[in-house]
Design a protein around this ligand. Structure first.
Ligand SMILES: [Zn+2]
Length: 400
């Protein structure tokens, strides 16, 4: 059995111990000491990290009463000086105690139990056995922070089962060993094997980030302590930047951003409508001027500068009409886009052979069916010439 210093010396960061044994396999060393401050993980809380004689500890776990330290290298000598990564441990304790407090407030004020949780240094959630609205979550967050201001003592107890069943609202663990209870003032009395700060004030801050629905309840994403402060500071930094950019007051920020979003949506709709009108007008003009083979109008157009979106709109306007075949090419960005096709009812035209030649001519790739083929290529140099050849091929098809 390893002596578990982490339960007795909650504020201690370094310790001395004796190496009982170590073994190395697969480039990793597993070391067992006579005593340790390294928490092996449990109760939802991740294990401690740190160093033993300066060698990084990458994982810690418990196996048959012994604490196993997984190391990046092996230890020399029997005497070991250990140091846990204190800022990390402290934040994990803040997260863990904050979780107990928030869970206890949801039980006390809303009758909701925590039925699942995840606890990491920079991410945490609890699952509640019922739905919570935004306002209720805000109330719970405020109440939980009040518990921090009260700076309540956090005590570790090993009471008998009778007292546990009387005071705890949670299921009692099935074990014949003494059950470890974390008591937070009058607020909470919960079986837990994890590590927490000694007073609620040390948690500093509890901040709910967002709510999700999960199964038949709510998942509350939140942070406590320094992780919460980091998150709030990052968010405030972004908000401050927006305030400067938009030149508005704090109270107007959300309203302003939402208004701009609405305006943007309206502008996009207007732009789409204008592009549609433009395409229809252009299509009508092109059809008037297009040469005809029998009843089929053959439209050929090379656009010096355009976008794929514009070309597709124009193509749709042209080919939605019966008796139309179109060969469109346009310079877009760093190459050319080709769009060949005809009205779906037009059975005499198959644009694929002409398209294959044309797309090869611009060094591009693409494909499609008999009524519509498209592709992009980098070489727009001979675009005019290529389109003329394509139209000639379609003309031959129609005359055959
Ligand atoms: Zn716990």
């Amino acid at each position: 059995m390893t002596r578990k210093l982490y339960y007795d010396a909650i504020e201690q960061r370094t310790f001395d111990a004796r190496l009982l044994r170590q073994e190395t396999s697969g480039g990793r060393t597993r070391a067992v000491l006579d005593q340790t401050l390294f928490y092996p993980g449990g109760g939802g809380q991740p294990c401690d990290l740190g160093t033993l004689n300066g060698v990084p500890v990458t994982e810690v776990y418990e196996e048959e009463g012994e604490i196993v330290h997984v190391l990046d290298g092996s230890l020399e000598g029997e005497q070991v000086r250990g140091e846990i990564d204190w800022p990390r441990r402290f934040e994990l304790m803040q997260q863990h105690l904050g979780q107990h407090i928030l869970s206890a407030v949801f039980v006390r004020d809303f009758g909701l139990n925590t039925v699942g949780l995840r606890l990491e240094r920079d991410a945490m959630w609890i699952d509640l056995d019922g739905y919570v609205r935004e306002e209720a979550a805000a109330q719970a967050e405020a109440a939980a922070n009040e518990v921090l201001y009260e700076d309540l003592p956090v005590r570790i107890l090993f009471p008998d089962r009778e007292e546990i069943s009387r005071r705890s609202k949670r299921p009692i663990p099935q074990t014949d060993q003494a059950i470890r209870i974390v008591e937070i003032g009058e607020l909470d009395f919960t079986p837990c094997c994890g590590l927490q700060n000694q007073t609620t004030g040390q948690v500093g801050l509890i901040k709910i980030q967002r709510l999700d629905t999960h199964k038949s309840g709510s998942r509350i994403h939140f942070l406590c302590g320094r992780p919460a402060l980091r998150w709030v500071c990052a968010l405030c930094g972004d908000a401050a930047r927006l305030l400067r950019e938009l030149n508005c007051a704090e109270t107007e920020l959300a309203e302003r951003v939402l208004r701009q979003q609405k305006e943007l949506r309206e502008l996009k709709d207007q732009r789409q409508a204008l592009l549609g009108r433009l395409a229809r007008a252009r299509a009508a003009e092109l059809l008037q001027q297009a040469p005809r083979v029998g009843e089929v109008a053959l439209v050929r157009l090379a656009l010096p500068e355009t976008t794929q979106e514009e070309m597709k709109l124009l193509f749709a306007c042209l080919t939605e009409q019966k008796g139309v075949a179109a060969v469109l090419g346009g310079r877009t960005g760093d190459g050319a886009f080709l769009l060949f096709g005809c009205n779906k009812a037009e059975k005499r035209v198959d644009v694929r052979p002409a398209f294959r030649e044309a797309i090869a001519g611009i060094g591009g790739r693409g494909g499609g069916g008999a009524c519509c083929a498209q592709g992009f290529g980098p070489d727009a140099e001979r675009l005019e010439e290529i389109l003329t050849a394509a139209v000639a091929q379609l003309e031959q098809q129609l005359q055959a």
